[in-house]
Design a protein around this ligand. Structure first.
Ligand code: C2E
Ligand code: MG
Ligand code: MG
Length: 691
């Protein structure tokens, strides 16, 4: 790069001479000559590297030129090149900031002067820059949020910054000369520090998480980077440690971990954490050859609480339940919420069957006290299933399944009780699980169909109606009878959807037959207990009758006594309202439940269906024959029609007819058939009768 020189000189010849001199000395340059203040200012705007200035000029002066650059804050090397100006002026010039003074009549000195001035100037600039760098580094050191420690090669602390003081609680004065060991928390073993030093020596730096102790004794995690500082020879002279306090990050992490492993509502361990703890406890128990007990606790009819009182109340119930249970468990026990209203309790001490029974009783007692939630007073009972390790299995999943199975058994036994797992229970448990998974999808996959079974008039042999019976065509297991999956559907809460589909399909089928000219006088549809509990039932029936254009009298809903007895008042209200629409009602499986005649009389019923267990024993069991007779008599008294179910033999039909029974249903007349087969078979029958 050529040196850019601004020459302040009125004589062009003198300026050229200066340039020649400098070029002679090997300095490459370009120059601009100015002689007035105005030109000078313009020249300055081009940022020259050097100013060579005459002292006396006709229109300008060296003194003025110096004053101007000072005023404007320029930092440009400045050399006076003039005739003799006298000692005083020379001193003036130097004081004003000139860097050197060369006499015009001693031009030989010019080159050297320029070199020296430029060198000094450069040195000064470098120094300033270094100073600025230092100032910046110092400011960073002072103000950064990271704690910084500088030690000598022996680990003595030479310097710490304010963040260090703030994080550790030690002041600068307290730490200088000390070893960073003063921060040791005792959380790491020798091997940890050894590894750290090894890396530091080998690689030159170490980075990692380390637990240290503040002056006040608190242990905290920090993220630390230590670097070795080496001199030109590669010898380590210092170590610099930079660290951040990551306790808040850790807290956030812990928080996340907590959330991932706990149930947000009750704060109890969730399924994931329970699994972890359970597996751990099992491993321990195997090693120590001790036993464990697992209690599977499921609230009874919790869904009804949710459905009728709303989820906020349901949540409060769950909270109260978990609070109560938490109060009685010991530190060695683990209570977790698996989902919804399912809790598990793992006992690791005192796990004899006898003691666990005591615990289960204690839990049930807790439940038996009424809860007050808002204006509601509730008694929430629970069914408890218990299994023991090693008796009932040694795998966490198996044990949970077995406890679940025992809980299911407790439900079957009428709820609000506990049951121990037994081998007999395990059979079928797996199938049940598989089925449950499939059943959830059966409806939308179109795996459900309806079969129809005729009900005939014993006197005239005419078709009175058909009963719709749902079938599940399982892709692998084939046809699954409703007796197997209807209870399951009720339990997992999807019976409502299935029931709605059945009603819809049955009504549509009858009107389709109508259009084909095949008249089925009445369609009977089975209801499930959960449908009776639903407000939606009336709406559903109204809708489906409307959709299919069916006269309400052609629809008969089958209910059982036990279904109605669950909530007699509600059932009666619902039945009455439906009856108002014109719908018929039949009591299904009559004779198997505990009926209250007084109650039956209050219900708007049309028919009693004599349970097939009695019918099938006609001709074999006197007692059952007596029952059948009694039921027929009873229904006459109540003004109801008796329908015999499960008639398989001609003799049974004869008996029923003789006793005054009007209608019957059974394999003797027809098995339940798909819609098209039923239609075809029945048309044929009608034709053959006509012949
Ligand atoms: P249910 O209402 O008492 O239905 C009569 C059952 O007896 C039917 O069994 C039918 O196939 C069977 N059956 C008919 N005639 C004879 C016979 O002569 N001998 C013998 N041994 N059995 C005969 P299925 O279809 O297996 O239904 C069993 C139960 O499942 C039904 O009993 C009913 O309670 C329930 N169910 C069926 N479909 C539905 C439905 O759509 N919704 C609801 N909630 N339950 C249904
Ligand atoms: Mg039925
Ligand atoms: Mg029946």
């Amino acid at each position: 790069m050529k040196l850019q020189i601004l020459i302040v000189e009125d004589l062009p010849y003198d300026a050229e001479l200066m340039a020649l001199r400098l070029r002679d000395e090997g300095i490459e340059l370009e120059y601009e000559r100015v002689q007035s203040e105005e030109e000078y200012l313009q020249g300055l705007a081009n940022a020259p590297d050097l100013i060579l200035c005459d002292w006396h000029l006709p229109q300008f002066s060296g003194k003025r030129a110096l004053a101007l650059i000072r005023e404007m804050g320029h930092d440009i090397p400045f050399i006076i090149v003039s005739g003799g100006i006298g000692e005083e002026a020379a001193i003036d010039a130097l004081r004003l900031g000139a860097n050197d003074y060369v006499l015009k009549d001693r031009p030989a000195r010019l080159g050297e002067a320029v070199r020296r001035v430029l060198r000094d100037w450069q040195l000064r600039k470098d120094h300033e820059a270094a100073q600025e760098q230092l100032r910046l580094a110092e400011r960073a050191f002072q103000n950064t949020a990271e704690g910084i420690t500088v030690t000598d090669r022996d680990g003595r602390i030479l310097s710490v910054n304010p963040a260090f003081e703030q994080i550790t609680g030690y002041s600068r004065e307290e730490t200088l000369g000390q070893n960073p060991r003063i921060l040791k928390s005792g959380h790491h073993d020798e091997a940890f520090y050894k590894g750290m030093w090894h890396t530091l020596v080998e690689v030159g730096h170490w980075r990692g998480e380390i637990w240290n102790r503040r002056k006040n004794g608190d242990v905290y995690p920090e993220w630390l980077t230590i670097s070795a500082v080496k001199d030109a020879e590669g010898e380590t002279t210092h170590y610099v440690g930079v660290f951040t306090d990551i306790s808040h990050i850790k807290e956030a992490q812990n928080q996340i971990n907590f959330l991932a492993h706990h149930d947000a509502l009750t704060q109890l361990p969730n399924r994931a954490l329970f699994h972890e703890r359970f597996s751990h406890a099992l491993m321990h128990a195997k090693r120590e050859e001790v036993s464990l007990a697992l209690l599977f606790i499921d609230l009874d009819r919790f869904k009804t609480v949710n459905d009728t009182l709303g989820h906020p109340v349901g949540d409060q119930v769950l909270l109260e339940v978990s609070r109560r249970m938490s109060q009685v468990i010991r530190a060695s026990d683990t209570l977790a919420r698996l989902s919804g209203d399912e809790f598990v309790l793992l006992l690791e001490e005192e796990t004899s069957a006898q003691h666990v029974g005591v615990v289960a009783n204690k839990l049930m007692q807790l439940f038996s006290q009424a809860m007050h939630i808002g204006e509601h007073e509730l008694v929430v009972t629970a069914s408890i299933g218990i299994c023991l390790y090693p008796n009932d299995g040694d795998d966490p999943d198996v044990l949970i399944r077995h406890a679940d199975r025992a809980m299911y058994e407790a439900k079957q036994q009428g709820r609000n009780t506990y049951r121990f797992f037994t081998k007999a229970l395990s059979e079928g448990a797996f199938e049940r699980l598989m089925m449950e998974n499939h059943l959830r999808h059966a409806l939308k996959r179109g795996e459900l169909t309806l079969h129809y079974q005729p009900q005939i008039d014993l006197e005239t042999q005419q078709l009175q109606g058909v009963e719709a019976l749902v079938r599940w065509q399982h892709p692998e297991q084939g046809m699954i009878p409703p007796g197997l999956f209807i209870p399951l559907a009720e339990e997992i809460g999807i019976i409502g959807d299935i029931g709605a589909w059945v009603l819809h399909t049955a009504c549509q089928q009858v009107s389709a037959w109508d259009r084909e000219g095949f008249i089925v006088p009445r369609i009977a549809v089975n209801l499930s207990v959960q449908q009776i509990n639903r407000e939606g039932l009336i709406q559903l029936v109204t809708d489906e009758l409307g959709n299919s254009d069916l006269l309400p009298e052609r629809l008969e809903l089958e209910v059982t006594e036990s279904m109605l007895m669950r909530d007699p008042d509600l059932s009666r209200a619902i039945l009455s309202e439906l009856k108002g629409l014109g719908v018929k009602f039949a009591i299904d499986d009559f004779g198997t439940g505990y009926s209250s005649l007084a109650y039956l009389k209050l219900l708007p019923l049309d028919r009693l269906k004599i349970d097939q267990s009695f019918v099938q024993d006609i001709g074999r069991d006197d007692n059952d024959e007596a029952i059948v007779k009694a039921i027929i008599a009873l229904s006459e008294n109540l003004g109801l029609e008796a329908v015999a179910e499960g008639v398989e033999e001609e003799g049974q039909a004869q008996f029923l007819k003789a006793e005054g029974g009007r209608s019957a249903q059974g394999y003797l007349f027809s098995r339940p058939l798909p819609a098209d087969q039923l239609c075809e078979a029945w048309r044929k029958k009608v034709l053959s009768n006509v012949e």
